[in-house]
Design a protein around this ligand. Structure first.
Ligand SMILES: Cc1cc2nc3c(=O)[nH]c(=O)nc-3n(C[C@H](O)[C@H](O)[C@H](O)COP(=O)(O)O)c2cc1C
Length: 223
């Protein structure tokens, strides 16, 4: 149990993990290893914050990771939502996995790109029918007059697609986050944590293949 909000200054959890030495594997292999470990200890390990930019500054929200490979990290959303529009205007993006139960976080910086339509079709097709309906009727991030309005639109679509497949709406699909920096953080005693940031070996900020060890140089950072 944690301390209540008015005891925040006294709230202190000590981190006691094994030390984390220079990683020898590629960023993709290390992510996959840490993910599989998180899957055993963390509730919803695929929940990640995604931060985007617009003219007023950054904004963050949680989305669910739905795939990872050497090209990057995939999530699905509404292209007309606030984040969808922001990423199409400015692809610069940050992602964070806060795996408290492992005393770990993974921080990612990169560029988002709209996923191939085939990838969005494939994932939409395996979503439950109710989620497909919700994605079809939701105008994500737009104001709505009330729950009743949403429900009546949902019910109308449910009736319309009672005995046929829901087509993937044009406004819904995936983004792939292509990575130019990925940091692995492991909590240690006395707040003297281990941090290894994989930066591009050529010093650039161009996204690269996460499985290519030589494209990346792990750099230890002060905590
Ligand atoms: C655990 C969790 C998982 C979520 N997963 C998604 C997701 O995969 N895609 C999505 O569009 N929104 C997801 N959301 C909702 C977003 O956090 C956010 O409210 C929504 O996408 C609208 O964000 P925007 O107005 O900044 O575009 C999730 C929220 C939570 C708490």
């Amino acid at each position: 149990m944690s301390e209540p909000v008015d005891r925040l200054p006294q709230t202190r959890k000590s981190y006691e993990s094994p030390t984390f030495d220079r990683p020898e594997s590629s960023p993709l292999a290390l992510f996959r290893q840490w993910y599989d470990e998180a899957a055993e200890h963390v509730r919803e390990p695929n929940a990640m914050t995604v931060s985007t930019l617009d003219e007023w500054g950054p904004s963050s929200r949680i989305v669910l990771l739905k795939g990872v490979d050497e090209t990057g990290f995939m999530f699905f959303t509404d292209y007309d939502s606030s984040k969808g529009r922001q990423l199409q205007d400015d692809p610069r993006v940050a992602v964070n996995f806060p795996w408290h139960d492992m005393e770990r976080q993974i921080r990612i910086r990169g560029l988002a790109e709209v996923a191939a339509p085939e990838d969005s079709d494939a994932y939409f097709a395996v979503r439950p029918h109710g989620s497909q309906i919700a994605a079809s009727v939701s105008k994500q991030s737009q104001p709505v007059s009330g729950r009743e309005q949403m429900q009546s639109e949902y019910d109308a679509a449910l009736a319309e697609y009672a005995d046929r497949d829901v087509p993937r709406p044009d406004h819904w699909g995936g983004f792939r986050v292509r990575v130019f920096e990925i940091e692995f953080w492991q909590g240690q005693k006395n707040r003297f944590h281990d941090r290894w940031a994989f930066c591009r070996s050529d010093g650039s900020h161009e996204p690269a293949d996460l499985s290519q060890t030589e494209a990346w140089t792990p750099v230890r950072l002060y905590p």
